[in-house]
Design a protein around this ligand. Structure first.
Ligand code: FES
Length: 144
């Protein structure tokens, strides 16, 4: 009787351990995805070198690493390209002017103001600071 009971307990523990291991193996990728998805929301910086600013001035504006850069009086004027609806990356629309979101069609003016939804807020304007001959764009978690 004791043998049957201990075997049963051992079988139970083996089975339970297998279930725990299987559940851990199944859920591990979700944890990795969660970490990767949060990594995109961390503050980060973009360095604008003189070449980028020259190109932005010459072409009227350039998209760089998720922001749109124009130059006004030698100073970068930067807009985040993250749509204020659900976060898709908006793209410049040279034909109509401004920016358009490919996901649900929100439109923004060249100044980043929302013209039509579903987005309700203007594009964000990240902080910019000078560092020698470069400019540093400081993206917050919501700018990127
Ligand atoms: S994410 Fe841009 S309109 Fe929905």
């Amino acid at each position: 009787m004791a043998t049957v009971g201990s075997r049963s307990r051992r079988e139970f523990l083996d089975t339970a351990w297998r279930w725990v291991a299987a559940a851990g193996a199944a859920l591990a990728p979700l944890g990795v995805l969660g970490i990767l998805s949060r990594a995109g929301g961390r503050p980060r910086e973009i360095v604008l070198d003189p070449g980028i600013l020259e190109r932005a001035a010459r072409e009227g504006g350039v998209a760089v690493e998720g922001v749109y850069v124009r130059v006004r009086d030698g100073v970068p004027d930067v807009l985040s390209l993250r749509c204020r609806h659900l976060g898709c990356r908006v793209r410049p629309d040279p034909a109509r002017g401004g920016f358009e979101c490919p996901c649900h069609g929100s439109r923004y003016g060249l100044d980043g103001r929302v013209h039509s939804g579903p987005a309700r807020s203007d594009l964000l304007r990240p902080a910019v600071r000078r560092s020698g001959d470069r400019w540093i764009v400081e993206l917050g978690a919501d700018d990127d």
